[in-house]
Design a binder for this molecule. Structure first.
Ligand SMILES: [Zn+2]
Length: 245
């Protein structure tokens, strides 16, 4: 049950920052959180604020033999000695959304620790056509966990606080096309509103192409907020995107 864990305690790299080596490298960040790269591994960047403390506890971990979310919860509950009366605010930046098993474990964790507030930002939706995974995300949100797709400003926040960016490159986080975020946000809306899936992702290994296709039905148009639809450019019922590496 090992995992690749890196601890970082600072708020930004500087010449005197002794934790520089504990941050992840820019290429690791880009590879893990690129929304149109369907990488197998999941990376978790986490930030924990205790009570009114002014310094968070930060770390990065990646899947090994155990899902990162489960690994975090196990380590956190065994090592961090949660005090029942102290509020604790946890933010996760996950490269993939939690699977249904992790969603179940997360829900149990927050229900057992009412002083813990958990917010999860995800770069991509994990096997989002699987009904168990969809149900798992709905149950998480119903249990009080905030789940959201990572925006450009979230990428910037992670870059400044978790990445060993080169000197003078504080604002040089990877910019991905906003359409990827908008497509995943559209599908997350479908999941949370208990609508049928509208986003299909397929990959052709032969020519390294990844296809994103959106097909909307009347039920989607009726229930999804117009802002979410327009952000994804969904003026027409069927749109497809193709990405070549
Ligand atoms: Zn999982």
């Amino acid at each position: 049950m090992s995992s690749d864990v890196v601890f970082c305690w600072s708020t930004g790299p500087s010449a005197g920052d002794t934790t520089l080596r504990r941050r992840i490298e820019p290429w690791e960040f880009k590879d893990s959180f690129d929304p149109h790269q369907l990488r197998k591994e999941t990376r978790l960047l986490s930030e924990v604020w205790w009570g009114k403390s002014s310094r968070p506890w930060r770390e990065s971990r990646q899947n090994a033999t155990h899902h990162v979310e489960m690994n975090f919860i196990e380590k956190f509950t065994s090592e961090r000695h949660l005090r029942p009366h102290v509020c604790c605010s946890i933010t996760w930046f996950l490269s993939w959304s939690p699977c249904w098993e992790c969603a179940k474990a997360i829900r149990e964790f927050v229900s057992q620790h009412p002083k813990v507030r958990l917010v999860i930002y995800v770069a991509r939706l994990y096997w989002h056509l699987d009904e168990q995974n969809r149900q798992g995300l709905r149950a998480l949100v119903a249990g009080g966990v905030h789940v959201q797709i990572m925006s450009d400003s979230d990428y910037g926040y992670c870059w400044r606080n978790f990445v060993n960016y080169p000197p003078g490159q504080e604002a040089a986080w990877p910019r991905f096309l906003p359409v990827w975020t908008a497509l995943y946000a559209l599908e997350l809306s479908c999941i949370l509103l208990s609508l049928p899936p509208c986003l299909r992702i397929s990959r052709r290994r032969q020519n390294q192409l990844t296809f994103f296709q959106v097909i909307l039905k009347n039920c989607h148009y009726r229930a999804i907020p117009p802002l979410v639809l327009s952000a994804a450019g969904m003026m027409h019922p069927s749109v497809a995107w193709c990405w070549a590496e």
